[in-house]
Design a protein around this ligand. Structure first.
Ligand SMILES: N[C@@H](CCC(=O)N[C@@H](CS)C(=O)NCC(=O)O)C(=O)O
Length: 208
């Protein structure tokens, strides 16, 4: 059986959980408390030398790390990874955008707000993080105006990659009401078959 090493409050982990759900694949969830260093133990570093979740262990024990690589591995041969060469390049475009221009701002601010500590050093970095996050949301808003999904007419792993932290951006102090096209797209993604929420009801984020 597939095994997913994860931390429930992680949007990167949620990307894998969301696609696994859409594909109806059974998996064992192994939760690591990343706030207590459980992704930095020798045992886990042997699985992912970068010491980060998510990591997906295949049936033969091979481990795939990095949320985008996990999404690609699972999506190959399914409707979530297009057949057309140009469309595939466009999906990668948005997945790389998510990792370089979106996640480092929106996910990081969300993490600081939820898990803390919001110390002096982080307060000083906050305006730059917010500027980067707003810029990413503005790019998404422009692209989504008049479109249903990021690439083509159906949901792809580009949408899953961007949904994870965008739908939770308000946790990091971003106002999604300023972005109507993004809000409409979030609703479309949430209505797509096999959708699951990121967190169980009543989940309380722990402090670092
Ligand atoms: N680029 C990676 C980022 C993974 C990442 O940042 N994981 C965080 C949780 S969201 C983590 O494991 N942090 C624990 C640590 O760095 O020790 C991906 O997309 O999977």
């Amino acid at each position: 059986m597939l095994r997913l090493y994860d931390y429930l409050d992680s949007g990167n982990g949620y990307k894998a959980r969301l696609l696994l759900s859409k594909l109806g694949l059974a998996y064992e969830l192994v939760e690591l408390d990343i706030l207590r260093g459980e992704s930095r133990t020798p045992d886990f570093l042997a699985k992912n030398p970068n010491g980060r979740i998510p990591a997906l262990a295949l049936e033969d024990g091979t481990v795939i790390a990095e949320s985008g690589a996990i999404l690609y591995y699972l999506a190959e041969g399914t409707r979530y990874w297009p057949e057309d060469r140009l469309a595939r390049a466009q999906v990668l475009h948005w997945m790389f955008f998510e990792q370089y221009s979106h996640e480092p701002f929106i996910a990081v601010l969300r993490f600081w707000y939820r898990h803390g500590p919001m110390d002096e050093k982080r307060r000083a970095l906050e305006p730059e993080k917010r500027k980067g996050g707003e810029a990413a949301l503005a790019v998404m808003e422009r692209h989504l105006a008049g479109r249903s999904f990021f690439v083509g007419e159906t949901l792809t792993i580009a949408d899953i990659a961007l949904y994870a932290y965008t739908h939770a951006a308000e946790d990091g102090g971003f106002e999604l009401s300023r972005y109507p096209a993004i809000q409409a797209w979030l609703a479309r993604v949430a209505a797509d078959p096999g959708h699951v929420a990121m967190l169980p009801e009543g989940y309380v984020a722990e402090k670092a």
